[in-house]
Design a protein around this ligand. Structure first.
Ligand SMILES: [Zn+2]
Length: 133
């Protein structure tokens, strides 16, 4: 789907347009997807109070021994653990992009379906090996 400048509108040279606009290379699309996912995961962790330097929500000691708070804390920690795992997957995927290894299954080495990568940009496995986790 090539998107070119305006067709038939004079010179097609619009003032203020960057002369070196990035081309739509697939690799940069995946990087963009990964960075979006990374930002979202970071935001969710921050909301839970598990962003950098913190180990969890700051619970008041006076309430820390109620079963409800304990349960909520456990849920928050479980969720934060999943988010951190996902974040690590995203980091690893970005490193694979840098190394040029992105988009191949770690189990069998096949090229992962682009549609699958767009839906799950941090995945390390093809559809056949996706159930390993
Ligand atoms: Zn595979």
């Amino acid at each position: 789907m090539p998107i070119r400048g305006p067709v038939g509108s004079g010179t097609g040279n619009i003032a203020g347009m960057p002369s070196d606009a990035p081309t739509d290379a697939p690799a940069s699309d995946y990087r963009n997807l990964l960075q979006l996912e990374q930002a979202q995961l970071d935001a969710e962790l921050s909301e839970l109070g598990f962003d950098d330097g913190k180990t969890g929500l700051e619970y008041d000691a006076n309430f820390a021994d109620t079963s409800q708070v304990t349960a909520e804390r456990g849920e928050a920690e479980a969720l934060a653990g999943k988010l951190k795992d996902a974040l690590e997957e995203v980091h690893a995927a970005i490193l694979r992009l840098d190394d040029g290894n992105y988009g191949t299954c770690e189990a069998c080495g096949v090229t992962i379906n682009p549609a699958r990568l767009e839906a799950m940009p941090a995945t390390r496995f093809c559809i056949d090996h996706a159930n390993r986790s």
